[in-house]
Write a protein that binds this ligand. Sequence first.
Ligand SMILES: [Zn+2]
Length: 87
Amino acid sequence: MEIKKAIEVLSNAKYADEFQGDEELTEATIMARNALEYRLPKRPIETKEIAGHKPFCCPTCKTVVFSSAFCNCCGQAIDNTILKGKR
Ligand SMILES: [Zn+2]
């Protein structure tokens, strides 16, 4: 199963109804969904030019990211195709 599909399944409102009354299962489902969100590559945010450079930031924690596939600060997977094209 692809990560995007797993997030979709875990976010499905039908599941939330089924979990009503089972707080542990609900909490575990939310934790799993949030953990999967970090594995889904997200496009970095382009910032304003600073000293001749336009740094890109992690969309999750806003730390500057370079050409790595993951944010060094929070571990968010980064869609680094835009970074490789510009640096
Ligand atoms: Zn980050």
